[in-house]
Design a protein around this ligand. Sequence first.
Ligand code: ADP
Ligand code: MG
Length: 327
Amino acid sequence: VAQERGEFEIIARYFRPLTEGRAGALGLADDGALIAPAAGHALVATTDTLIAGVHFPGGTPPELIARKLLRVNLSDLAAMGATPAAYLLSVALPKPLNEPWLAKFCEGLREDQERFKLALIGGDTVATAGPAVFTVTALGEVPEGQALLRSGAKAGDAIFVSGTIGDGALGLRVMRGEFPDLAPQLRNFLLSRYHLPQPRVTLGMALRGIAHAAIDISDGFAADLAHICETSHVGAIVEWTRMPLSEAAEQILALDPDARKSVLAGGDDYELLFTAESGSADAIQAAAQKCGVPVTMIGRIDRGSGVLVKDVDGTAMVLDSFGYQHF
Ligand code: ADP
Ligand code: MG
């Protein structure tokens, strides 16, 4: 018989086990958690929210929602060059509570907190009459003065990206039923790129002291590069022919050149976009190899402003939509 559980029972039953080994969490039985960065380190804090119906469709497996929630936050830590340490979780859940659903959600959290080596230390649990809302606040550590900022790009820097670009946005289009002729394994590849980002945590840590500026690609490649340009007061020139694309993206583009817009303006890639002296290219490739993530040089920073993407023939590509905006 399904029995209504109070908030404290839910916390003790589902969330406390995720604090294992973390004395500072105080068993989720106090008003707050205790956390201190290692000597000489700064604490990095970042937060992201996923809303049912906005950021994922109803019926999405709870483990996937949990893992994406953690991973989008880990991607922000990676873009700061931080080592993951802990996270807080706020959940607003519709009534009546679906306990099997919550149990699976927590299994997803457990899997990825073990993979990325961080633990739960606090949060909030409320019921809502609206859609489910999930917020994670992730905390990481970075040696003082070594955080990767958006503001450090300099004219003459080379621009690099990790992984392949555009898969997240194309995966969302596959989910919506587009590209039905694409081979099933390529469709599944794009779907998994959308559902389960790979936060580049070890690469971000390895780029401390090497990268001048960094951001993770969440809004869209062009929009996120524009963020670096604005914050650093520089311009960027990118060569389309250098953009690293997956086999799935290549096949889509061969049939539908218009999908280039999804690659440049679509979001949800959660790859790292960063700048560094071109002389650092070898050190960057060595770091990339160690982390098992490909890194590609795609352009350079200049004294101008804004983002210019050059087409195969050298002309400027026109982007009518620059990325996802909530308002
Ligand atoms: P308060 O009434 O002071 O807001 P709560 O009852 O919300 O306290 O929370 C009690 C404890 O449980 C706190 O330490 C809080 O961080 C923790 N907690 C509540 N919800 C969650 C959750 N979803 N995940 C992790 N910890 C939680
Ligand atoms: Mg509370």
